[in-house]
Design a protein around this ligand. Structure first.
Ligand code: SF4
Ligand code: SF4
Length: 444
């Protein structure tokens, strides 16, 4: 049994540079590079070709299997090419490149007005699929699948993750403040689809305005607001479930195995817009922050926008960068350059100043035990890293619950030997996945 314990760390939240600024719309870039892979699963398959004219919201790539989600054009213009460009997670990857015509015109007859209360669950799930909704908190899991659990899994509780525990990120907070009606309606829609009567929105107590606003607006609904301690990684799914419901997701199991579903703030807003207006997921709120950014902001950005356009809009840089990270500094992904583009799961882009990057070489483990103390999943990160170094990846899985690691980075954060524990853990996970795949196909 996995033992979730308190653990966690308290990095400075660094949110003050953007938390009180209203979301601004980034002007439409002249070129958008829309990745075909913006979800877990197979990449979408292009249904347009170079030279085609497209409108905003038009499908440019279809799901190959009904599980992966379709991809839509974020603006109107001409398809310049289907080519390989920088994806923030996968490096050079296929993208539909759209040259904007500057008009930003919706596809004709796309938008509509619907009352979700008159729709069946099957109709709403189909709408959510067709509008390309995925988990926008970082995982990119297709939402229509999450809303269709197997019949033997009885879900009774919906948890909305408003923790936003990563330093610098404030996009969820700004959405709770500026799109609270959409977030609440998306929550009610999700409750109806999952047929649950209990729902909690968990928000860390460093966001008192959001707690106050949502508490007020949720009066008379079955939604309860839960104030959470500010502590990283409070927003990790298994942590939230434990803290809010007291239930522990067993090792190797999913939230649905303990009757819970967890949804992200941005995803709920997207669900409302899809179900009520038929608006596909073509833009999102992204925090652009970091100590080197001249004027950090939260931007409403079209999917496929290169990061460099966002930094330019924020006044550029005032000091040399050591790293650019998509997501937060604890769990985010370091970028090779600023050509990477915004995808559905990009909650933020954070610059880390060169003099803030820790370039110390890794040393041997001194068995201080700090990583064990902070690991919220109750793991032994020191042992996992050593097993990975020795190539004992399967032992890490069978004897030390490797797969329960949520890659939060708390262990690395406190390690005096600067051991790249998360890197080792990812290596072991990847190695074991390769071994499983090889066993399935019978290859060696
Ligand atoms: S990254 Fe994994 S091992 Fe390290 S503290 Fe987080 S859950 Fe534990
Ligand atoms: S914190 Fe670092 S040095 Fe200490 S036990 Fe963990 S891996 Fe070893």
């Amino acid at each position: 049994m996995l033992k979730i314990k308190k653990g966690g760390v308290h990095p400075h939240d660094e949110k003050e540079s953007t938390e009180h600024k209203k979301i601004e719309a980034l002007p439409v870039p002249s070129k958008l590079f829309i990745p075909l892979r913006q979800h877990i699963g197979e990449p979408a398959v292009p249904v347009v070709k170079a030279g085609d004219m497209v409108k905003k919201g038009q499908v440019v790539a279809e799901s190959p299997d009904g599980r992966a989600t379709p991809v839509h054009s974020s603006t109107s213009g001409k398809v310049a090419e289907i080519g390989n460009y920088m994806h923030p997670l996968y490096g050079l990857s296929p993208c539909v490149v759209i040259e904007s015509d500057g008009l930003d015109e919706w596809q004709e007859n796309l938008l509509t007005e619907r009352n979700w209360e008159t729709l069946s669950n099957a109709e709403m799930i189909d709408i959510i699929f067709k509008n390309g909704i995925v988990g926008m908190g970082g995982a990119g899991f297709p939402t229509h699948i999450k809303l269709s659990p197997p019949k033997d899994k009885q879900i009774d509780t919906l948890i909305v993750n408003g923790a936003e525990c990563e330093p610098y990120l404030t996009s969820d907070y700004r959405m709770m403040m500026e799109f609270s009606d959409e977030v609440i309606k998306g929550t009610l829609i999700t409750m109806k689809i999952l047929n649950v009567k209990t729902c909690y929105i968990g928000i860390e107590h460093n966001k008192p305005d959001a707690i106050k606003l949502l508490t007020e607006k949720c009066k008379g609904t079955p939604i309860q607001i839960v104030e959470l301690e500010t502590r990283y990684p409070q927003g990790a799914e298994k942590m939230m479930i434990k803290v809010i419901t007291g239930r522990e997701v067993p090792s190797g199991k999913l939230p649905m195995d303990v009757g819970c579903a967890v949804q992200n703030i941005g995803t709920l807003k997207a669900i409302t817009e899809a179900v009520e207006k038929n608006i596909p997921l073509i833009e999102r709120v992204v925090t652009v922050a970091g100590k080197t950014v001249k004027d950090p902001k939260n931007l409403m950005v079209k999917l496929g926008t290169p990061f460099k356009e966002m930094f330019e809009y924020c006044g550029g840089f005032i000091a040399p960068n050591g790293k650019i990270i998509m997501g937060g500094p604890m769990m985010g992904m370091a970028q090779v350059n600023l050509e990477s583009v915004v995808i559905k799961a990009a909650s933020g882009i954070v610059s880390i100043a060169d003099n803030d990057v820790d370039y110390q070489p890794e040393k041997a483990c001194i068995r201080c035990g700090r990583c064990v103390e902070v690991c919220t999943m109750g793991l032994r990160p020191n042992i996992l890293s050593i097993l990975s170094e020795k190539g004992q990846h399967q032992t890490a899985q069978t004897d030390y619950d490797l797969m329960d690691c949520v890659e939060c980075g708390c262990c690395y954060y406190v390690c005096p030997s600067r051991r790249n524990i998360v890197h080792y853990i990812r290596q072991s996970k990847a190695k074991n996945a390769m071994l499983r795949a090889a066993a399935k196909t019978g290859s060696k």
